[in-house]
Design a binder for this molecule. Sequence first.
Ligand SMILES: C[S@@+](CC[C@H](N)C(=O)[O-])C[C@H]1O[C@@H](n2cnc3c(N)ncnc32)[C@H](O)[C@@H]1O
Length: 253
Amino acid sequence: MSDCELHIICSKEQEMTQLYSTLANIYHEMYQHIFDYDKEFGFYDAILKRHNCQKILEVGCGSGMLARRFIDKGYDYLGVDLFNEMLEIARSEVQSDRFVQCDMRSLAFNEQFDAVLITGRSIAYVIENQGIHDTLSGVFKSLKNKGLFVFDVFEANGIFENFDDFEQNFDINDRKIKRVSKLKMNLATGWTYDWHAKYIIEQNGETTEYDDITTLRAFTKDEISLFLKLTGFKIKERIEEPKTFTIIAEKKF
Ligand SMILES: C[S@@+](CC[C@H](N)C(=O)[O-])C[C@H]1O[C@@H](n2cnc3c(N)ncnc32)[C@H](O)[C@@H]1O
């Protein structure tokens, strides 16, 4: 299927982190050690089965780590992401053309899905109210009547009450990756914060460093409830973790 057939409107006007472009391969290696994709897949699979969803759209699909599992299990899958560098990895890892480049704020398809998932807290990169409203409105249009919307977000209390810098080290094949993360409040557009990350990568006796900065948004439960109410969704379930929560919502009509 081509992007053209899907009638997708895309844009990439917002300057963003290098993590999904210059560092896309590093992301792909590193996050297989950060996320437990088997567990995540099991979580979504159980929800989708419970609601008889077969035809699914994954928004912020990244390098395709969940996509592979969805496709292997027979789901009718389409993945979208803002960054072509991530999609290139996804296409080669999954050996599928079910990936298209698209900004989640401009979702527009000529087909409708049983369920839309925004995974891996990808909605954190949409930091303005208008962008969130546009994203949820696009999800609404992409769903069949009574379709399911499942997404996870950073929870504002959990994030700001434990607002600590952190360091991670990964030893992957012949690469050593160190990531030093510093967080700074930046309340310009909501419960937002700047994430400064220094990547130090050692390979074959050479060291390369990258300085990355991005702004992320956390949400209170009330904020998410209001956004969902205003865009035509009814919350069915909220699953809470210490710093995140997942919402299962239904398109109202
Ligand atoms: C933390 S990663 C999660 C990726 C994948 N879901 C996973 O679990 O590995 C966030 C993803 O959101 C994508 N992203 C960020 N802003 C986006 C936007 N406006 N529209 C679509 N995707 C976006 C990034 O390119 C990246 O792949």
